[in-house]
Design a protein around this ligand. Sequence first.
Ligand SMILES: Nc1ncnc2c1ncn2[C@@H]1O[C@H](COP(=O)(O)OP(=O)(O)OP(=O)(O)O)[C@@H](O)[C@H]1O
Ligand SMILES: [Mg+2]
Length: 497
Amino acid sequence: MKSVETFTQLGSVIASFMFIWAMFKQYCPYQLQNYFEKYSKRVFTFVYPFIQITFNEFTGDRFMRSEAYSAIENYLGSNSTMQAKRLKADVVKNSSQSFVLSMDDFEEVTDEFQGIKLRWASGKHISKSQSFSFHPVTDERMYYTLTFHKRHRSLILGTYLSHVLKEGDAIKVKNRQRKLYTNSGSYWRHVVFEHPASFETIAMEAGKKKEIMDDLITFSQSEEFYARIGRAWKRGYLLYGPPGTGKSTMVAAMANLLNYDIYDLELTSVKDNTELRKLLIETSSRSIIVIEDIDCSLDLTGQRKKKREEQGRGDDKDPKLKLPKEETDGKQSQVTLSGLLNFIDGLWSSCKGERLIVFTTNFLEKLDPALIRKGRMDKHIELSYCSFEAFKVLAKNYLRLETHHLYARIQELLGETKMTPAEVAEHLMPKTLPGDDKVCLEGLIAGLEKAKEDARLKAEEEEAKEKASSPEENAKEKGKENGLCDNGNAEMSKEKE
Ligand SMILES: Nc1ncnc2c1ncn2[C@@H]1O[C@H](COP(=O)(O)OP(=O)(O)OP(=O)(O)O)[C@@H](O)[C@H]1O
Ligand SMILES: [Mg+2]
C-alpha cells in the first residue's frame, strides 16, 4: 500500500500543476493549449496508474442521502474501528442502544479483496453560503474516495463494488430499527418493534423448537436455492392451537431470530381484493406477514364453503364470490378467499426478497383445506397444552429453577390435566418481591388440581347429559313414566272398585 501512497502524493503534485495550468492557459495560444492538454493527460495516466472513484454523500437532491454512500459507510464500519486513528461515534436508537463507529473526516483505511489491496479515504467539501448573514450557513458534503490500480479496473468496478453494496446493506439491515406494521384500511402504520420474545424463552419441547429454528434459518439463507428451482422466496407457516399456547409469541420470536419486520395484517379492515393486493405489494423484503386468527379474520373457512355448497353456489375459487364476515356491519369486507390465495401463490413471485407468511388459528378444522395446503402453508406447527418439558423452560425463565422437589407432583399433574403455557406462566409470576419459588410452585399445583377436578366434574356432567339423550335411556325413562302411569291407573281403578 506504500506504493499507493507515493503515487497519491505524486498525483497531488500533478493535480496542483494542472490547477496552475488551468489558471494560466487562457493567456496561451489556442493550439498550444490543445497540445499541452493532450500530452499532460497522457503523462498523468502514465505516471499515475491508479484510478480514483468518489462517492458523494448527497447526489443531485440535497435532501436525499446517497444509498451507495450509506452502504459504504456501513461496509467500512468494522475496518474503520480496527484501522482508523480518529473515529466518529453515534448512537443508534435500537434495542441495544449501542454505539456506531465510523472513520472521521480525512481518515484512510485499507481493504483487501481477492488479494488486491484498495484504499478508502473520507473527505469533506465545505462551502459557505454566498448570501450575507450574521449566522453564515456552512454546507458540508462528505464523500468517500476509493483508489485502486488500473489493472484491477474490471474486477473492482464489477465484483468488488457490488460486494461492498451487498455487505453494506446486510450490515444496515442488522443494525436497523425493526418495525411492526399494522394496517388501518389500505395504509400501513408502524411502530418500533421491540418484543423480547425469543426461541430460548418459548416453552416447547427442545426437538420441536430446534426443528422450527433450523427451518427458519435454512429458509433465510436459501436465496440461490429458490432462484435455482424457480420458486418465489417465500414460506408459509400455520400456527394452530388453543388460546394462550404461544402462537403470537412465536411470531415475535421468529421475527427476532431472523431480524425481520412484522406486518400484522387485519383482514377485516381491508375493503376488497384490490386493497389487499396494494397492502401486500407494499410490504418490504425480510418481513413476516401475519394474519392472526385467520378463522375469524374473514369467513375464509370450510364451514362457509359448506354453507355455500348447501346453498348451491359456485366454488371457492370464483373471484367474484364475496365472503363478507360481518354482514351486519356498515363496512363490508369484500376480500375473498380466492383473492388471498391468488396473492399467496402468484404475486410474490414478482416481489424481490424473502417473506414469511404466518397464519394463526385456534380452530384448524374450521379452515378451508385450499388455504392451508402444502405449498401455501408449508409448515404446520401445533402449539399445545403445557408439557412437563415446556414447564421446565418456563420455570427456568420465571424462577431460574432447574429442579425442585415439587417437580415430581407437577409432572404427574401435567400428565393428567391440560393447562396452557399462558396459565402456567401466570402461576409462576412472583406474587411478592423477592419472589418465593415454593409459593409459586404450590400455587401451580393447586391450580392444576383444580383444573383436574373441574375437568372430572365436566366429564361427569357430559356423561350424564349423553345418557339422558341416548335412545335406550329415553326408553327407560319412558318406561318408568308409563310404569308410574300404570301404577297410577291401577290405584285409580282400585279406588273406583
Ligand atoms: N409456549 C409459550 N412459551 C412461553 N410463553 C408462553 C407460551 N405460550 C404462552 N405464553 C405466554 O402467555 C402469553 C399469551 O401467549 P400468546 O399471546 O402467544 O398466546 P396465543 O397462542 O397467541 O393465544 P391466542 O390464540 O389467544 O391469540 C404470552 O404473553 C406468553 O408470555
Ligand atoms: Mg395470539
